[in-house]
Ligand binder design. Sequence first.
Ligand SMILES: [Zn+2]
Ligand SMILES: [Zn+2]
Length: 376
Amino acid sequence: MATDYFGVLGLARDASDADIKRAYRRLARDLHPDVNPDPEAKERFQEVTRAYEALTDPEKRRIVDLGGDPFDTGNGAGGGFGGAGFGGLGDIMDAFFGGATTRGPRSRTRAGRDALIPIELDLDEAVFGTVKELTVDTAVLCDQCAGAGTAPGTHVSTCSTCSGRGEVQSVQRSFLGQVVSSRTCPTCSGTGQVIPQPCPKCSGDGRVRSRRTISVKVPAGVEDGMRIRLSGQGEVGPGGGPAGDLYVEIHERPHDVFTRDGEDLHCRVTLPMTSAALGTTLNLTTLDGEEELDVAAGTQSGSRITLRAHGVPRLRGTGRGDLVVHVDVVTPTRLDAEQEKLMRELAALRGEDQPQSNRDAQGGLFSRVRDAFHGR
Ligand SMILES: [Zn+2]
Ligand SMILES: [Zn+2]
């Protein structure tokens, strides 16, 4: 449904162009965010500005007169400012107030950017934490001028092009009458200041590039892709502005023995068939040192043995994940005559010397193959 833009401005449908202009000016003076900090006023200000634009922009006004809504894009997203006709709110305000609401010169100093440095860690460094020395190459404050950008004994001076306002104005005639528009001063880039004699070390930028070494404490339990934030260690900004942050991004090198799944570690061991059948004790190298691992008699290939709290410490919280040992049982591939004889005797004792079938008791091979086919 089309908005009643006349109503928004408190006007009747037969209001003249002069009425519209007067009503908008009156409302804008009360509601403009520079004057009225109330968030509701801001919303109302946008509403009346939109109404003003709808009723004064010839193309939009044509749509309003036809009973439509020039800001209704059909997807409920509304229109927005800065569309055809006007260059946005700033232009409208400038049109009325002749730059009276300008923001003044912008600061010569601006905040610096964040910096990102990747580091590579071995698994045990990620698990137990470490301290890393990093070489960082960023912009730092110029020590010669302390960020001021001026040569020793000199000072910044007021820009003569804009008299320190940071912008220059021009006057044009348009359908609204006389329009004063302002643009950023080209001499001082809007800062209102110039540096007659720049600092020789930083050429007036207030910062220089520098290589330095910092140590980074990596907490126990970090993971690939995580970032450690070092506040204020990033780039110093133009004009010696406050430094951004430095982010150290963790890249974990793959380990020969262990793979990581969050807070758990996994490894594989191979066991001879006889050890798996009889049970044994394994000497297992963990990140914490040698451990004895009991393997129960009758352990199957593919089974897992869990060592509690031998994984990765929890970065948030307490305790550690587990170390999961995956067991592969190896079938002997070459038997000498005596071993083969013993094996046959064992098979006979176990009644396993007959040909096997896929219709054996326990479902056996056939049902397992069928389940595998159907993803069960
Ligand atoms: Zn200037
Ligand atoms: Zn300097």
